[in-house]
Ligand binder design. Structure first.
Ligand SMILES: [Zn+2]
Length: 257
């Protein structure tokens, strides 16, 4: 087995599902372990030699590590500094004292980590756009996306099978150079925060009316919609029925590359 396994540890947007004190139907009715229960978006990338790459360290990291029986990550990749992607580090204070914790992020994320969580013992490596690095048999390419803060996605390529998976978290649009890189991936995740809801006061994520154009502009990879919130008040099955050509992510979903 030379595959790299990608597991969705979370597929929810910033509040997760259920939302705190959520009074929407999904939050009130969701059951633990169902496809409608969503931790904040993150991934585990496992190489065939057993290296663990954690993507995002969310405020749900304590329960994610318990639910998925995670062992010490060999690397942690962070797309941007927003709290739902980085601030789970606060929960890892004790863990980081006892274990080496290598975090990869962009320059702005490093500044936020140092200024707001400088007491956490991490080894922080700053990456640059399109400059690849390799962990075990996986080549990682940070690709810039447009969001309110400097934000990167990651393209994971299994150097032995040649298959690639692109993880794009929060974004409003994708620069041309990043789109070109995506075309050679087998899978790509899409920010579905506002997939089925009209929100006109937050332009930092893809808007509902932009999805059809986005779907046709990314030619090649199977698209996986993630970052899904309860405020849309649709179940996983409802979403999947509405978007039959794309895959709706759920917690625990696995992809092999
Ligand atoms: Zn964000």
């Amino acid at each position: 087995m030379i595959d790299t396994k990608i597991t969705f540890l979370g597929s929810g947007s910033w509040q997760g599902v259920p939302a705190p004190f959520g009074d929407d139907e999904i939050s009130k009715s969701v059951e633990w372990g169902s496809k409608d229960f969503r931790f904040r978006t993150s991934l585990l990338v496992q190489t065939h030699n057993g290296k663990n790459i954690l993507v995002e360290v969310t405020p749900d990291i304590r329960l994610q590590s318990w639910k998925y029986k995670l062992t010490r990550p060999d690397a942690v990749l962070v797309s941007h500094w927003h709290w739902d992607h980085l601030f789970g580090l606060l929960d890892l204070d004790w863990f980081a004292e006892k274990n080496s914790l290598r975090v990869y992020g962009n320059r702005v994320t490093k500044e936020w980590q140092e200024n707001s969580m400088g007491h956490i013992n991490v080894n922080f490596s700053v990456f640059e756009s399109f400059k690849t690095f390799v962990i075990d048999n996986v080549e990682i390419t940070p690709v810039p996306v447009n969001h309110v803060e400097e934000t990167h996605g990651f393209i994971f390529k299994n150097l032995e099978t040649g298959k690639a998976f692109a993880y794009l978290s929060d974004f409003s649009s994708i620069p041309d150079h990043t789109s070109e890189k995506l075309s050679t991936s087998d899978y790509a995740t899409i920010d579905a925060t506002y997939l089925a809801s009209d929100i006109d006061d937050d332009l930092t994520h893809v808007q509902k009316d932009q999805f059809p154009k986005l779907f046709t502009s990314i030619d090649g990879p199977q698209l996986i919609l993630t970052n899904i919130g309860s405020y849309q008040n649709l179940s996983h099955d409802d979403f999947q029925a509405m978007f039959s050509q794309q895959t709706i992510a759920y917690d625990g979903m696995e992809i092999l590359i």
